[in-house]
Design a protein around this ligand. Structure first.
Ligand SMILES: Nc1ncnc2c1ncn2[C@@H]1O[C@H](COP(=O)(O)OP(=O)(O)OP(=O)(O)O)[C@@H](O)[C@H]1O
Ligand SMILES: [Mg+2]
Length: 246
């Protein structure tokens, strides 16, 4: 068994919610424990509002849990769902350099990392483009480039397929596969199992803030995923009438 690099024990996150009936506490994460091991790709799924982004934010140290223990031994980079909020530079080159300027690196090393990140994400041709005019898929790849340049050993992808077309999804998956082969530890948050299930080493499901499944992807397929509002991915389309999500 490889080294445990992230350990969460009995994490609860409570928010105060007010409604017509008064004010009450809402448990957005409810007693979640989880370990992440070096080099694995953990697919975290669950319906909208199940707690995926919150869990990730706690792991990355962006928010604190209301109770429970968090131990994270390696630095985590996040590719956010909304690329526009993550891109700060006027051009891809400037954006990638933003992070690198904060950690004092010799200029040669900075440029080496910049070139590598642009190459790996297929953005070399767009390095001097206006970041705003990049397509959705290119913006997502730019966010990945920025994280790669920082050499974070753990990379969290929050809904990386949101708004991407077929080609965009294929490109993101190719990148994730490459990172996985290079022994990065990857947390992939998605409810679109048909796009990424084969990438997973382990599968975890959140349902209304509770961890309801944590195991092998093969066993995950035998669960009643619909009960957790997740579309079972093993659907086959063979005729026109099949082409509808029901
Ligand atoms: N700052 C906050 N204040 C109050 N409630 C919050 C806050 N952040 C998250 N929540 C609530 O916690 C729950 C879990 O949110 P979270 O963003 O983790 O869901 P998610 O699984 O990432 O959903 P999605 O698939 O839509 O991205 C939601 O009900 C959300 O409204
Ligand atoms: Mg989310």
């Amino acid at each position: 068994m490889s080294e445990e690099i992230i350990s969460l024990k009995n994490i609860t996150k409570t928010f105060v919610q007010s409604s017509f009936d008064g004010v009450f506490n809402f448990k957005a994460l409810d007693d979640v424990s989880l370990s992440v091991f070096k080099g694995e790709l953990l697919l975290i799924s669950g319906a909208n509002g199940s707690g995926k982004t919150l869990l990730m934010s706690i792991i990355a140290g962006l928010i604190r849990p209301s109770s429970g223990l968090v131990e994270v031994k390696e630095r985590c980079g996040i590719v956010f769902q909304d690329s526009d909020l993550q891109i700060l530079g006027e051009t891809p080159e400037e954006d990638i350099l933003f992070g690198l300027k904060n950690i004092k690196l010799p200029i040669e090393e900075r440029n080496k990392r910049l070139e590598e990140a642009l190459k790996k994400t297929g953005l070399m041709d767009k390095r001097y483009y206006s970041s705003r005019s990049l397509s959705g898929g290119e913006k997502r790849r730019l966010c990945v480039a920025g994280i790669l340049a920082m050499r974070f050993p753990v990379i969290i992808f929050d809904e990386p397929y949101a708004n991407l077309d077929y080609e965009g999804v294929v490109q993101v998956n190719a990148l994730i596969k490459e990172l996985r082969a290079e022994n990065y530890t990857i947390l992939l948050l998605s409810h679109e199992l048909e796009k990424c299930y084969a990438l997973a080493d382990r599968f975890l499901v959140l349902h209304r803030g509770k961890k309801v499944f944590d195991g092998l992807p093969d066993d995950g397929l035998n669960q009643n995923l619909k009960e957790w509002s997740i579309r079972p991915p093993l659907f086959s389309y063979t005729k026109r009438e099949d082409l509808i999500w029901i």
